[in-house]
Structure formats: structure tokens, C-alpha cells
Unconditional design. Sequence first.
Lengths: 297, 192
Amino acid sequence: MPSRGFSRAVWLFPACVGACAVLALAVPSRRQAWMRAPAQLVELLVAPVSGPVSRLCAWVSPRPAPAAPGRLGELEQENAELRTQLLAASAENEHLRGLLSQARVLAAQGAVGVDQLPAPVIGASADLARPTLTLRVGTRDGAEPGTVATVSFVHLLGRVADARPRSCTVLPITARASGDLDAVIMRSGAPLRTRLSPAGDGTLVGDVEDKRDGAGEPVLPGVGDEVRLRDSVRWPASAQMLLIGRVEAVEPSPKQPLRKIVRVRPVVGDLLRVGEVVLHLTPAGSRTRTAGAEEGP
Amino acid sequence: MNGLALTLVVWAALGLELSLRRVLALGDGGIAPSFVACVVAWMAVFLPAKQARWWALGVGLVLDLLSPLPLSGGFAGHAAGPWALGLLAANEIVLALRPMVMRRSPVAFGFLAAVVGASAGLVVVFVMVLRGALFDDLAWSPAREAWVRIASSLYTGVVGLLLSFGLLPLADLIGIAPASPLISGRAARNMQ
């Protein structure tokens, strides 16, 4: 029997290392979905440390979206929410007018009810090069992959990338893996369309469309202009016109010197430092406006 | 050795890794200290080699579970192994270096924490580059990731130096430190 015990001790460690090497180098992540259960268990075990420390840090460090104190702050917040709703309604109207003109309006495309669910951040990815946030809400609360996450209701944070029963993982829009998004730069009278890509340093960069005013002069973006989401293909209706950030820099495009590229930074600063997130829960089946259209004839 | 106390230290380090690390990040580039790297360096310095290897492998696997893998298209997956292999490789480097350093020196401890952070990070980058080339559709820039991890390891070294004032006495307290700090080199290796 001692020899058997010795044999097990000798082979167990190399076997574990070999298993890790095989999982790391030969098994795609789609075949490692079974890891979600132990991952959730580990998250729950670590949450008693990471949750209170996260709340303490959110309390100690300045709020990401500073608001004026008292009644003025409440009015400013209300103003920002109403402005977002107005712009979203305008975008919806424009979209519906386009559909009407093509006689392709679907009866099912009514107003989308959105429930807003505040969710505390209990941690971030252990690997900040792959930035994600972990929230203490999950599928039992209504969160599911694709659910839109915001800060203070109007600042776009990102989307739920993975949801477990009691927690979910949010991928910020500034993470490289979140992909491109279409947006509009709010110039008075002449909004400019742009396609933004995460730069990897907490900002988004994109080419601006070439647009001219009535006098033939080019309409140029300016530093400080608001940039809002306008991407009905990849984002649901409830996310349209949410605030992405402000233009931080305008430079000539290296590909086409006559056109401009903009660098946009979220108003809330570093999206990984937020302490609380608001999820926009939409009824099942109304995730994206185009989904219904794609299902049609 | 008090295994429960060691588990509590690892648990606290993992909690800080998920919460305090993002607050201490420099700018928006992801350069941040790793508390787990400090604890792995601490265990590699004081534990017998065999136990240190098991702990490094275990902590690495837990770190893999806590590091969702953002895939193109906005979805997240998991991959077991990158951090486990990375921390195991880093642990081996510290095991090789520890006869040559003063275990109780805060500066030496900071240096070893930086070595753990850099070597584990580079192994992770290597594994992820291979995964990206073979099957996973990852949004990765290997050169940038390597730079971020090396810069983070320097930051980890500084934090490790500060943490050493708590961790080095703690090794005595929970009974993982060798009986005599004067025994080093070949004699220490023979003791293991």
C-alpha cells in the first residue's frame, strides 16, 4: 500500500499540471462552459471581501459622475434623463418615419417598456487587461446577456456579457472585446455620425462622416461635444441616445486627411471604478429593434 | 503550518484583487498592482517547494475562474489554465531564486513579487496569444498586453515592498517560516 500512495503522490501533481496545460492550450472557451458553476461559487466565496472593499472604495473615492449638491443636483439629473428620453424618442420617430416610407412597419414595434434595476458592483475581473465588472444581480433578477448597463441612468456603461443566477458580468464599452458602435456627435442643428472603436486606454476613437451645411461649409466636431449612441443594429431600443461621453480630441484622419477622427472619453471617467450600475431590463423579445425585422419575411 | 490561516490570507488577497486593484490602477491603461502575486511570492519564499507548487497551481486556477475572457461579439467565456500555468512558472522562478536572496528583506520581497507578476503575466500573454491563433476569437494586442503586465509587475513590486512589513511577520505568526533564517542555500534545499 505505501507504494500505491507514493505512486499517487508522484503522479498527481504532473497530472494536474498536464490537465491545466491541455485546458489552456487545446480546449476552446466555448467547450469550457462547465466552468461557469465553479466560477460563480468562487465569486460568492470572494464577495464577502471584495464587496465591502468595493463599497468602501466607492465611498472614499470621488463619485464618477459628480453632481451639484441639493436641489440643483436633482434638477440637473432630471434634466439629463429627460434630455436622453427626448433624444431617444426623436430617434425612434425618425426610425419609424423611415420604416413607414418603406411600408415595412411591423405592428409589434410599439413602445418598449424598460425596468431600471440598480445593481451594486461587487468586483472586477482579476485581470484588468480583460476588463469586466461583476454585479450582484443575476438571471433571477432579470439580467441576461445583452442587457444594457448604465451609470446614473443616462451614461452608457456597457452590456451584460454573461449572467448567472445571482451575479452577472458586464463588459464596458471601452473594452476592446465590446466591438464597434455607431454614434452621433451632437452638433447643434447638424448631428454628425461616427463609428467608434475602443482604443484600449479608456477612450473610443472613430472616423466622422463628411457633412456640409447649407452654405457648403464642412460641419466639424468640436472638443466637448456630447456623443450619444445611435446604433439600432447592435444595441436595443432602450439604449438609443444614451450618453457615451464627450469629444476629447479632434484630429485629421491618417487614412483620409480631409476627414476627421474624434477621441471620445466617457463622462464618468474610468468605467471600471463605478460603484453602482443601473441595468435597463427590457421584456423578452424586444431586445433589438432589428430582431423583429429580421424575423419577418 | 496553519493551513486555515494560509487560506484566509489567500482569500483576502483574492478579494483585494477584485476590488482594491481597480482603484489603485494608474490611468486607464490597466496598470495595477497584483495582491495575489505578492501572496504567491510570499508562499514561494517560505513554504516547502512541494506545498508552494500546489498552492500556486490552486491560486492560479481560482484566478482563472475569476477572470472572464471577453470574446469578440461582447460575450464572456472562461479558460482554465493560463493563470495556473503562469503562477506555477513564477513560483518555480522564485523557488530557484530564494536561496540567493535574503528572505526577510522587504526589498528582496518586493523584487520577488515583481518577478512573480512579470513572469506570470508573460506566460498568460503567451497562452492567450496561442489561444487567439488556434481557436478563440479574442480582441487582443499582444505587445500592449505584455507592456501593461510588465509595468504592472513594477507596481506590484512597490506594493509588495509595502506589504512585506505585514506579510513577513505573518509568516512567523502562522508558522510557515523556516525555523532559522540563517539556513539558506544548499542546506535549505536539503531541508525540503
